[in-house]
Ligand binder design. Structure first.
Ligand code: SF4
Ligand code: SF4
Ligand code: SF4
Length: 330
């Protein structure tokens, strides 16, 4: 950095919780914007970014060593990095349920050689961070590890810090759910936070589940390519059919997720659009609340009679109109 240049915004990415690194891997597929554009300063108005991300970082040494990766965490803890955004990937275990060792650790304490728990890092760094971003459903709401029977007491960052928690700059925990997260949803949110830290964007708008509102305000169903089939009560009875998947277990009607509209990579893909049922992976309570998977979400023989009647009428009328409008199918 040259003299007079503003300080870099550091991004400390902590993936040492209970997780699979799937959200880190997903981010490498982002295109709107790509992580390369963010890190290499390819977007106007962005501050210089210093990304400390285990997935790709060349630095890997222990505390105090040459090229020490973990030293950035110690520096942040000492208040030497400001501003920084703390990204948490993976759920937060409840270390009070643990009689020895820790459920999840991140780096070692040079004094003892013992792991430092991820939960302790979160407690140390959250008060000093400009913003805390929970990447993926595990970090957001507990996710897979918070299933009944898991002994770790796994929870999301807002459960641990408090749903009303705010950073020293007044920013609530920002949650971008998904298992894994949709790549562009994460890169776009990181971008917004970085612009906000640089004073070039307003306070991020979050909904009641702390998700960026503009990304999670519509349901899967509202963006699904198969919604026309649903409307005319035309349901798939087996996978491979182009019809609505509700009877095969699709939860899309009640799930907030933009994947059918946004696609997965570069606009391509998107669960029900490409034949997979929505299993509600972005939702608080996932997965327990939405299990068993692959069964009709309402458990019955919906659609209700009135809707069936409507659907049948729509199908017949559409058929008549199609024939009138298109001589090829007459
Ligand atoms: Fe892995 Fe899913 Fe958890 Fe992300 S939310 S860490 S992809 S299990
Ligand atoms: Fe809705 Fe799912 Fe059917 Fe798509 S497949 S129309 S999301 S119920
Ligand atoms: Fe998850 Fe459903 Fe969205 Fe697919 S459509 S990413 S299963 S919430």
């Amino acid at each position: 950095m040259t003299k007079g240049e503003p300080p870099a915004v550091h991004v400390l990415w902590m993936n040492g919780g209970l997780g699979c690194d799937g959200d880190s891997v997903a981010l490498t597929a982002a295109t709107q914007p790509s992580i390369e554009e963010i890190v290499l300063g390819g977007l106007p108005g962005l501050p210089k970014i210093a990304m400390h991300w285990p997935l790709l970082d060349f630095e890997c040494g222990p505390a105090g060593g040459v090229d020490s990766f973990i030293d950035w965490w110690y520096r942040a803890d000492r208040g030497e990095l400001d501003p920084f955004v703390l990204v948490v990937e993976g759920s937060v275990p409840d270390e009070s349920t643990n009689s020895a060792g820790c459920w999840a650790g991140f780096g070692t304490d040079p004094a003892t050689g013992q792991p430092i728990s991820t939960t302790e890092w979160l407690d140390r760094l959250a008060p000093k961070a400009t913003a805390v971003l929970a990447a993926g459903t595990c970090a957001g709401y507990g996710g897979i590890h918070a299933m009944a029977g898991n002994p770790t007491g796994a929870m999301g960052v807002p459960d641990h810090l408090g749903w009303d928690w705010k950073s020293k700059d007044g920013i609530p925990v920002v949650v971008v759910p998904g298992c894994p997260v949709q790549p562009d949803n994460l890169s776009e949110t990181i971008l917004h936070l970085l612009y906000q830290v640089a004073g070039n964007a307003p306070m991020i708008d979050l909904d009641e589940a702390l998700r960026p509102r503009w990304l999670f305000e519509t349901t899967v169903h509202e963006g699904c390519d198969r919604a026309g089939y649903y409307e005319q009560d035309d349901f798939a009875r087996q996978f491979g059919s182009p019809k609505c998947l509700v009877k095969l277990g699709c939860w899309g009607q009640v799930v907030r997720c933009n994947v059918p509209k946004r696609g997965w990579i570069n606009g391509i893909g998107g669960c029900p659009n490409v034949g997979g049922i929505c299993i509600a992976c972005t939702m608080p309570g996932f997965p327990d609340k939405f299990m068993p998977f692959m069964e009709h979400p309402l458990g019955g023989t919906t659609p209700a009679p009135a809707k069936t009647l409507n659907g049948t009428a729509i199908r017949v009328l559409r058929d008549v109109r199609s024939k009138a409008a298109d001589p090829i199918i007459q």
